[in-house]
Design a protein around this ligand. Sequence first.
Ligand code: ARG
Length: 354
Amino acid sequence: MNVKEVNEFLLLYKEEMDKSEDWYNERLKEIHEEGKLELTYDELTFGARVAWRNSNRCIGRLFWKSLHVFDERHLETEEEIYQALLHHIKFATNNGKIKPTITVFKPGLVRIWNEQILRYAGYETENGIIGDPNSISFTKVCQALGWKGEHTHFDVLPIVIQINNQSPAVFEIPKEYILEVPIQHPQYKEFRELNLKWYAVPIISNFKLSIGGIDFEAAPFNGWYMGTEIGARNLADIDRYNILPRVAELMGLDTSTNANLWKDKTLVELNLAVLHSFKENGVSIVDHHTAAQQFKIFEQQEKERNRKVTGDWTWLIPPMSPATTHVFHQPMANIIKKPNYFRQKKPNYDLYLT
Ligand code: ARG
């Protein structure tokens, strides 16, 4: 037990949740007797929400208080955890009206090997890469564990769950749980023929949640997408789906020169298509201008509560037209506060890569 962190967290909780001095002393005594901090549901919920508020790289933090918390710390088996994850997907997807959600599993017991619960596989072939190049090594792990993909550009990977240091269990996600959005453009009808799509809900599953000195290594969480994550990165990056040259082709742009700004023009239309398609399909998404405005409101709110907003400028500025948002023009202190979400050591899957 990390006494300093326990106490810091309890004081924060007391302060923000308006708890009495008596409550605080009673709670301290209890923790002392038990010899460890066992978070109540309310403490866990508060901790997970504040961890979002403290996430320096996230522009969507205005909504931190709306995070739904599923407490699944009592689950012990891979199958139970898989079922809880299916429930998370269904609840968070909510037929497109996405709800920010986290599911918390027992600390020190569970590791989810996926980067995100929903993610597309990537395969190296003689004729180049099929699918998401970002997933190549994890896809190999899944294959070594017996999974067989369909080798399309958009095979959803299975969920890989490890209990203690046992060999992990692999579970397919039933199709009916996976909401996806086909990408179409409001004017360029030819966009359809690129056969692009993306999944609706980004559920980060490889970060640990840290509250009061406790590390929850398995605590997958989601918000909704900002359009640029898909349109300016996942589909556009040269080392991801690298789709801009094909968009240029359908728009009739000359790609042999830089100075006609074909990359910028295609980027705008691709991003427009992503936002348009999500909207048409009734799936929550936010454009980067609106997200920046929401972040501004978050900054004001925090100021009113006498809290300093911390942030990682290099991540907060959107990858398109960054200087059109206020975020670009202001400095920010990248100080790490707790509770928070942290990157953690990769699960040890090298064994499956040979
Ligand atoms: N950038 C990641 C992706 O494109 C998702 C990160 C979390 N994003 C979010 N809007 N909550 O899949």
